[in-house]
Design a protein around this ligand. Structure first.
Ligand code: COA
Length: 267
């Protein structure tokens, strides 16, 4: 692919696509630790949509500007306006944006470059994989503010690390290091900050070299791995059937039998 990186100057989120089809989405509000106000959420949503629609984009890396914070959560300034009704709406909106991240049919890797707190941690959880800088810090401080996590934390964290540890992290609002996050299976890799994006790129490359439709179907199956077992197995079988109908499946098998590298077309 010969496309040069393209960059936009949107105010709070930056979007660029490199010549290998990896989109880099950067939350760019470093003076506020990349906190999520409505504008950031809307721009994130827009760029994830763009990355989804652009056939040249094969995978996505999400990060924060600077080396202090990936994202320090929802913008606490905006909390002063919230009541029962608007709080409910706000949580539903944030969840909808993060659901669309999770439902991306292309791999999404969070490159966690510092604090991932509250909604920032929840956003990292909505990504398919997480690579963290070794100084990154994860935490859900909501109960310290008289709140609970509202952008998916009470649901995604127990699914990722089990209910016992998730209960402790949510109820104590304890912050944990990148190393600890790795030990409990929350992040896939921990690297020095200077290698963070390269490590995330390496992970995306390892995935995008595989059959794209198979990757999308595997993501769909994994997303639903909290279904009751029999139901989950039925879904897996149906998605397996869909994979069998692809040209890439025939190509993958032929390439294996002919001892050559497969050339996938994404069909
Ligand atoms: N919402 C809005 N503004 C935020 C913010 C957030 N979630 N997190 C940080 N900021 C702002 C601060 O208010 C401050 O703004 P100011 O310069 O206009 O006063 C600026 O970012 C710098 O933050 P500061 O606290 O001075 O930086 P620090 O390096 O001492 O601490 C954090 C960094 C991220 C640990 C700390 O800012 C923090 O705990 N943030 C809140 C995290 C949180 O509770 N998020 C969940 C909300 S549910």
């Amino acid at each position: 692919m010969s496309r040069e990186p393209e960059a936009s100057s949107a105010q709070t989120v930056r979007y660029e696509v490199d010549s290998e089809g990896i989109a880099l989405i950067t939350i760019h509000r470093p003076e506020k630790h990349n906190a999520l106000n409505r504008q950031v959420l809307a721009e994130l949503d827009r760029y994830f949509w763009q990355a989804r629609q652009d056939e040249d984009v094969k995978g996505i890396i999400l990060t924060g500007a600077g080396d202090k914070s990936f994202c320090a959560g929802a913008d606490v300034q905006q909390f002063t306006e919230l009541d029962a009704y608007s709080g409910h709406r706000f949580a539903l909106y944030g969840q909808a944006v993060f659901n669309r991240v999770e439902e991306m049919p292309k791999p999404v890797v969070a490159a966690v470059n510092g604090y991932a707190l509250g909604g920032g941690f929840e956003l990292a959880m909505a990504c398919h994989l997480r690579v963290a800088a070794d100084h990154a810090v994860f935490g859900l401080p909501e109960v310290s503010l008289g709140l609970i996590p509202g952008f998916g934390g009470t649901q995604r964290l127990p699914r990722l690390i089990g209910r016992g540890l998730a209960t402790e992290l949510i109820l104590t609002a304890e912050r944990i290091s990148a190393r600890r996050a790795f030990e409990i299976g929350l992040v896939n890799r921990v690297v020095p900050i200077e290698h963070l994006l390269d490590s995330a790129r390496e992970l995306v490359h390892a995935i995008v070299s595989k059959a794209p439709v198979a990757v999308a179907l595997a993501l769909e199956a994994l997303r639903q791995s909290d279904l009751p077992l029999r139901q989950g197995l039925r879904l897996e079988a149906a998605l397996f059937g869909q994979a069998c109908a692809t040209a890439d499946f025939r190509e993958g098998v032929s390439a294996f039998l002919e001892r050559r590298k497969a050339s996938f077309k994404g069909r």
